[in-house]
Design a protein around this ligand. Sequence first.
Ligand code: ADP
Ligand code: MG
Length: 316
Amino acid sequence: MGEFDLIARFFDRGPARVAELGIGDDCALLGSIAAGARLAVTSDMLVGGRHFLLDTDPVGIGHKTLAVNLSDLAAMGAKPVGFTLALALPEANEAWLQGFSRGLFELADRFGCELLGGDTTRGPLNLCVTAFGEVPAQAALRRDRAQPGDDLWVSGELGGAAYALGELLAGAGQTLAQSARERLERPEPRVGLGMALRHLARAAIDLSDGLVQDLGHLCDRSRVGALIDWPSIPLDPALSLLDPVRQQSLSLSGGDDYELLFTAARDNRQAIAALSGRYGPALTRIGRIEAGEGVRILDARGAPVTLPLGGFDHFA
Ligand code: ADP
Ligand code: MG
């Protein structure tokens, strides 16, 4: 199977529906976006052996390659439009490509997000998606809009993906519950929630590198600080029997949750609570934005939680 057979068999699905011109030419052509809208653009790369274990189910890898990009669109409040896919593959393995493309397109089709083109080459397994979305100009959920006094909210439950990764790396994959494995391998991008928050949230970020680190990015961009109330953190059920120190490190600094973290004015509390569960998981208020800088965490007694907390950093 050559490069062009591979593209034709696994990635080219005929005439484009969203784009004016899709796969098969030097570029794809997109019709212009709606007046007043902005194009939201994001890239995320998944490297075999670094972002996922090489023996991961290829359907899950296809899903996650796109999901992490759709999660970035969700965090901006953008509606997915299309994406490109740049692939480096060690070999043209048909079973792997079948699974990968199935996982990729199952997710893409659910959000009407069209594969517009890409590049295919031989090399160490490397999967790079660039995704495009649309968002009304004034409604984009930027990181730099948080204000002191804002409530701090998170979707879903935290720590499950990091727990699953720890179990897999420890060789305990056989006994890992399917639901825990799916938290790692099948993150669900909170696209509907991001769009519903356009006029309710002030600032937002998706959680890819751990709550404290990602909240730190949002605070830095907004020039504010934040206070997290540890007892209010929604823990993934897989963490329920772990000791509190592990619960804290997995939920506060574990990566790969792909939930949305956002700030909102107190006045929007009820409206946001009313969205809880309507676009996927429940929404939980976990703290507040304050003047100053840095992220503080307080336990049930109001004492500071001081763990060697960090998040994931490829070059640390
Ligand atoms: P060019 O040499 O002009 O960059 P290519 O020969 O690399 O084009 O690709 C041929 C067509 O197939 C292009 O339209 C490109 O966007 C598309 N394509 C290549 N690889 C992929 C892929 N992995 N997924 C989707 N489309 C792809
Ligand atoms: Mg060309």
